[in-house]
Design a protein around this ligand. Structure first.
Ligand SMILES: *[C@@H]1O[C@H](CO)[C@@H](O)[C@H](O)[C@H]1NC(C)=O
Ligand SMILES: *[C@@H]1O[C@H](CO)[C@@H](O)[C@H](O)[C@H]1NC(C)=O
Ligand SMILES: *[C@@H]1O[C@H](CO)[C@@H](O)[C@H](O)[C@H]1NC(C)=O
Ligand SMILES: *[C@@H]1O[C@H](CO)[C@@H](O)[C@H](O)[C@H]1NC(C)=O
Ligand SMILES: *[C@@H]1O[C@H](CO)[C@@H](O)[C@H](O)[C@H]1NC(C)=O
Length: 576
């Protein structure tokens, strides 16, 4: 019967692939001639010391099925075993006891069945009470990129590393695109949750013309899945990749597992990765289990101007609940900002952001993120600065740490907001505003902040800073920038955006804090305690290793006080 079913599915799949002649999906730039050029050597110049990366080659959609099981954290990621550009994708697998030091294992999932012959794309892990983990992922069945949802299970769930995964023939694939679904835009199943009605539910990302959506499936046994009539939510924003849906507590920083979905005293978060803009957006909202509908709050914009986990280079993220520390942890992938040819030369491409704990802000309107506490175990030599006044034009070096591989926490204060520049209400786009008003444009209150990965004479630097504007009704607008435009003297083939986001923060105490994780080619920053976060990829030519420096600076007329600055040299993590 299993065989018959497989044959039926196979015929159906072939039939569907005839209908959907959509060609190659636009989400990955495909370099056919380059994807199997093997990596001959690995250049270490810009490799990270403590941000996750494999020893070589391309990674993307890293945050595939993160989980904690039997005392181990597992990380699977989309990986090209053959080269440094996208292609030949398998699920690479690493394990860790602390989320910081990683051990690489053999790839866990790779094409081996008719339903994933042309690729094993992103997915999620669900831990079934009493039965252990099960992975749902997207299989590519043909050269037209027809997508189906499949499952895999560990051969031996007592193996602490869960090294070997199999894809049973029984009921696999578990979902194929039905008539109403676009089969070449149908991927990235979420972690499933068990509803109070005893049915499992999972979401799959998709699109219908310009409407992006999270298709909803239900199952009584995790094997027979039925498409619900309506998606859990949809919006006019193009293809939704890597949806993620989870509950957050209304008070405190504790994470919740998916059994709290649909409860009264929680909020819900729906995240999707928008293929058209290549950023991760989320809304805070309400989920009604009776209707199986998610509705964003009216404080969460449901579109391209909406809330983002990160206003820099951060995509295809996924969260998981960590029962050992009762927290929700978020992983996101940061691609390179150099050219594919550079990646082939350096032999690697793609890193993972530092895993972040995530919770609901006390205002109920947005999330807050902070690097997991385990990161502090890499902190080495520490230097401090306090009560340091910065007049307009001042920049002061933070001496005594390895500024190319460091962790900096600083709080700034100012005595008045009177000098803040007027905010023009037409400035809707933070990144454009930062492009116009970078660190070199003098201001009133700000720009002030850190100059990271700076060369001695400031030929190169990546400033991470705030700038405060005056808005009508005695309100203020806080802009946070991480500006790569002066980050490198290399002229060709670099993407150097002035990444920026607005910070929804109360300035009553006239203070603003900033934390930056600096790691050779990445500056990952958390503004106002993690309310607005920006990851930038940069490739200094001078500010390398011990030629990199860190400064605090102010370029506004209002004097700024560095209240308290702690900076640490960071040790390297054990990395695969
Ligand atoms: C499963 O893994 C456990 C722990 O490593 C081991 O003791 C056991 O022999 C394994 N079982 C099989 C069937 O390989
Ligand atoms: C289906 O998805 C493919 C790939 O994203 C796209 O090219 C095509 O336009 C979509 N068709 C419809 C009807 O949405
Ligand atoms: C937003 O929703 C809240 C209740 O959830 C309501 O009180 C408020 O009036 C709404 N605001 C707008 C602008 O619709
Ligand atoms: C990756 O890098 C390029 C620039 O090098 C950028 O345009 C693209 O949007 C980036 N992000 C993703 C998620 O692909
Ligand atoms: C501060 O402004 C001056 C004048 O525009 C500029 O030369 C200098 O580079 C700026 N400093 C920083 C850190 O951008």
């Amino acid at each position: 019967m299993g065989l018959l079913r497989c044959i039926t599915v196979f015929i159906l799949v072939c039939f569907l692939s005839v209908i959907h002649h959509n060609g190659v999906e636009g989400s990955h730039i495909v370099y056919r001639g380059l994807q199997s050029i093997s990596t001959s050597g690995v250049k270490h110049l810009h490799r990270t010391g403590y941000h996750f990366q494999p020893p070589k080659n391309w990674i993307n959609e890293y945050a595939t099925a993160p989980m904690y099981y039997n005392g181990m954290y597992h990380l699977f990621y989309q990986y090209n075993p053959k080269g440094a550009v996208w292609g030949n994708i398998v699920w690479a697998h690493s394990v860790s006891a602390d989320l910081i030091n990683w051990k690489a294992l053999e790839p866990a999932i790779y094409p081996s069945k008719f339903f994933d012959k042309y690729g094993c794309w992103s997915g999620s892990a669900t831990i079934i009470p009493g039965k252990g983990p099960i992975i749902l992922y997207t299989g590519i069945v043909d050269t037209q990129n027809t997508q189906v949802q499949c499952y895999a299970i560990p051969v031996n769930r007592s193996d602490p590393y869960l090294r070997t995964w199999i894809k049973p023939n029984f009921k696999n694939p578990i979902a194929i695109a039905e008539k109403t679904i676009n089969g070449s835009a149908f991927r990235d199943p979420t972690t499933a949750w068990l509803g109070k009605d005893g049915q499992w539910r999972m979401l799959v990302g998709g699109r219908n013309f310009n409407i992006g959506m999270a298709h909803l499936y239900r199952s009584k046994d995790f094997l027979n899945w039925v498409l619900a009539e309506n998606p859990i939510h949809s919006a006019n924003t193009g293809m939704w990749e890597c949806p993620d849906f989870y509950p957050v507590s209304l008070c405190g920083k504790k994470g919740l597992d998916l059994t709290s979905i649909g409860e009264e005293n929680v909020k819900h978060v729906l995240k999707n990765s928008l293929d058209l803009t290549r950023y991760d957006y989320y809304t805070i909202g309400t989920y009604s289990s009776a209707q199986d509908k998610y509705v964003p709050d009216n404080t969460s914009e449901d579109g391209w101007g909406g809330l983002r986990y990160d206003y820099g280079n951060f995509y295809a993220s996924k969260s998981f609940f960590d029962p050992s520390k009762k927290r929700r942890v978020l992983w996101g992938w940061a691609n390179e900002s150099d050219a594919a040819q550079d990646d082939i030369k350096k032999g690697w491409a793609g890193i993972q952001a530092i895993p972040r704990k995530v919770w609901l802000d006390s205002n109920g309107k947005q999330l807050v993120q902070w690097p997991v506490e385990e990161l502090n175990s890499l902190r080495g030599k520490k230097v401090k600065m306090g009560n340091q006044k910065l007049q307009k034009g001042d920049y002061i070096k933070v001496e005594g740490i390895t500024a190319a591989q460091a962790d900096v926490e600083v709080s700034f204060s100012f005595s008045s907001l009177k000098k803040a520049e007027e905010f023009d209400p037409s400035w809707k786009n933070a990144q454009e505003l930062c492009g116009k008003k970078g660190s070199k444009v003098e201001g009133g209150v700000g720009p002030f902040g850190l100059l990271t990965l700076a060369s001695e004479k400031l030929e190169e630097f990546t400033p991470v800073f705030f700038r405060i504007f005056k808005a009508p009704h005695n309100k203020h607008v806080v802009l946070m920038c991480s500006d790569a435009s002066s980050s490198s003297l290399k002229k060709q083939g670099l993407y150097k955006p002035s990444f920026a986001g607005f910070v929804d923060v109360d300035l009553a105490d006239k203070k603003l804090s900033l934390r930056s994780l600096i790691d050779h080619s990445v500056v990952e920053s958390f503004g106002a305690g993690g309310k607005t976060n920006i990851l930038s990829r940069v490739y200094p030519t001078l500010a390398l290793m011990n030629k990199a420096h860190l400064f605090v600076f102010n370029n506004g007329t209002e004097p700024i006080q560095v209240e308290n600055l702690n900076a640490w040299s960071m040790k390297s993590a054990i990395m695969n």
